[in-house]
Design a binder for this molecule. Structure first.
Ligand code: GAL
Length: 626
């Protein structure tokens, strides 16, 4: 498949007289796609049921007749001010019970029935009008669920919906009381209407209650997204997407993705580095202008798994953003590298955010492909270069990796609810495994835990809440720490811990460690943060007090959070067992194989020499695989 580029455009921010020039310039740059509309509700429907279609009709016509394909966003992330007069209780409440007010965006509670109907209505009206339009080639639903922590809300509407959710799941309060262990501290209910949301309790709420609420909150996002998809599909055959954000564990992206034709996500490598990547200061300094070398790739592989395999970058950082604590400018070459890395991981399309920098409002300090005065910013030439390169290399190819890494949203909810050690972070442990695999030159598929594991040579599943037996059909399974240590309802399993089919091991107790403590592993490396005290046959790695990992048949159980040196050993050993070759890459270099090419990405500020090739800073190279 030929890859393509696009951009995010806000025609409502610019004089109409500019649109045709903008469109011509997009085409001249080599862009194929243009996304519009996702924040434009107040312009489309300035008063309830009073629509202004003229400008939207004309801009679609202008962009489309210039040769661009339009992605039309439903504007439901930005309900206009009049919506609040109609639905005064539609705003979300934070954990402290405070109202999250109008004046920015994403100001709605997923559980408000009236607002959900408004979203269905606008999705219906838009798709009726434009669903068969020849220039509308895709739809985007809403914008970045949970951005600004908006998936979880503590309103009376959420409470009522949660009570109904509990009634449907548990059928009786007796069953719920048993499942949650409510006999503890006399927390028993005898009517579903007594159940409150798990905030503002005197001390910590019951973890089973919190886990249920997290699952419920995720289901509300799924329901909200599906409601709009269902409307659009009645009137349009164009594919539907939603743009996910990075490091979001507030809802199950696999479940939202199941209703989409294409998953997409918004990649802001330098914003992420300073805002949401865990790394020490020296590393952040080293990658300041490039972004973390693994964070984007992790999300490429994760979100590829959330739909049928079709995925895009809907927003790609072009220059400094405005929202991280500090906002450096990218090293020349990075906007090109980021695009190629996405293509190498299977992205069909990369859209740069945004076409022109806005001179007003919240994001006036956020770069675009053009400056506010329409002069090009440096990323424009890089986008044009990528477009020329796509023409020269029409087939990037895709590939299935031999290694799968499991990412499970339920486990994220569970360990966020009950970390036991301050820094036990599910996202982080999975990400550290991913980084270690990448550092050894390996291409990885990220998968849900329900995957058919038998089709992978090696499956790695850190910190899984519960372990389905199907995972043990992998060529080899590396699992743990903390694996199978709970039931679905967040209690300790009667079968004992770890509760893993085919593994005869016990963890009689666990301990967590502060950042200044670790346990050395014989032969090199250490365990940090978490330790399972492991009993069972097949001890594989040892520390002073006994086994830290054991192997029985096709399962390796790892009884702690490995530091990078120990993790490297674990991966080398597991890959050797599975006959998967590893590489010793220079620190800043990353590879990605497709079925046709091997791509090399230099995330460093200096040239890197590897296997006789010199890759310049921010450089991308590819070779053809035989
Ligand atoms: C994204 C968002 C965009 C814009 C961008 C700025 O999270 O979807 O609308 O705000 O960030 O970097």
């Amino acid at each position: 498949m030929k890859r393509s580029l696009g951009t995010c455009y806000y025609p409502e921010h610019w004089p109409e007289a500019w649109w045709a020039n903008d469109a011509a310039k997009m085409v001249e740059t080599g862009l194929t796609w243009v996304r519009i509309g996702e924040f434009s509700w107040s312009k489309l429907e300035p008063q309830p049921d009073r629509f202004d279609w003229g400008w939207m009709d004309r801009v679609i016509e202008t962009l489309g007749s210039a040769g661009l394909k339009v992605i039309l966003g439903t504007p439901t992330a930005t309900p206009p001010r009049w919506m609040l007069d109609k639905h005064p209780d539609m705003l979300a409440h934070d954990k402290e019970g405070r109202v999250r007010k109008f004046g920015s965006r994403r100001h709605y509670c997923f559980s408000h029935p009236g607002y959900l109907d408004e979203c269905r209505r606008i999705a219906r009206i838009l798709s009726k009008r434009y669903g068969k339009h020849p220039h509308i080639a895709a739809w985007q639903i809403d914008n970045e669920y949970d951005c600004h922590d908006t998936a979880i809300s503590y309103t009376p509407n959420a409470r009522m919906a949660f009570q109904n959710w509990c009634a449907a799941r548990y059928q009786s309060t007796d069953a719920l009381n048993r499942a949650w262990g409510n006999v503890f501290w006399s927390m028993e209910y005898d009517d579903f209407t007594q159940i409150d949301l798990p905030n503002l309790t005197v001390t910590e709420p019951n973890p089973s209650h919190v886990l249920a609420f997290r699952r419920f909150s995720s289901d509300q996002v799924v329901r909200f997204n599906r409601a709009q998809c269902d409307e659009i599909r009645k009137y349009s055959n164009a594919p539907i997407t939603h743009n996910f954000m990075g490091r979001i564990t507030a809802f199950d992206h696999y479940q939202v993705g199941a209703d989409l034709d294409i998953s997409s996500w918004d990649s802001y490598p330098m914003g992420f580095l300073l805002d949401r990547v865990c790394a020490d200061q020296a590393e952040k300094k080293h990658y300041l202008r490039q972004g973390d070398p693994d964070f984007q790739a992790f999300h490429h592989d994760l979100y590829r798994a959330t739909s049928s395999g079709r995925w895009w970058i809907m927003e790609q950082q072009p220059g400094p953003v405005n929202w991280a604590p500090w906002n450096p400018a990218p090293l020349p070459g990075m906007p090109r590298l980021w695009a190629w890395e996405a293509f190498a991981h299977g992205a069909e399309t990369v859209c740069y955010f945004r076409w022109r920098q806005a001179p007003f409002a919240q994001e006036q300090m956020h770069a675009g492909l053009l400056q506010p005065n329409s002069e090009p910013s440096s990323a424009l030439a890089e986008a044009a270069q990528v477009a020329r390169e796509i023409d020269a290399l029409p087939e990037v190819g895709t590939a299935r990796a031999r290694i799968a890494l499991v990412f499970d949203y339920d486990s994220a909810y569970a360990w966020e609810t009950q970390p036991q050690g301050l820094d036990f972070d599910y996202f982080q442990i999975v990400f550290e495994f991913y980084r270690a695999l990448r550092k050894q030159g390996l291409s990885v598929d990220i998968v849900p835990k329900t995957i058919d594991a038998s089709s992978y040579d090696l499956v790695i599943a850190p910190a899984l809440l519960t372990v389905p037996a199907s995972l043990t059909t992998a060529g080899h399974l590396v699992i743990g720490p903390r694996a199978g240590s709970k039931t679905e309802e967040m209690s300790i399993p009667e079968e004992g811990v770890p509760n893993i089919f085919g593994l005869a091991a016990q963890v009689p107790y666990v301990e967590t460690l502060p950042p200044f403590a670790s346990i050395a592993v014989d032969g090199g490396g250490a365990v940090t943060k978490w330790r399972d005290h492991l009993l069972g046959d097949g001890a594989l790695y040892h520390c002073d007090e006994g086994a830290i990992a054991l192997r029985q048949g096709k399962i390796t159980y790892l009884g702690g959070w490995p530091d990078p040196a120990f993790l490297r050993r674990i991966i080398q050993d597991a890959c050797a067992l599975c006959d998967i070759p590893t590489l010793d890459l220079p620190a800043d270099l990353r590879l990605r194989d497709t079925d046709k090419h091997r791509f090399f990405f230099n995330y460093g500020p200096k040239s890197v020499v590897f296997q006789g090739r010199t890759i310049p800073p921010a450089g991308v190279l590819w070779t053809t695989l035989s």
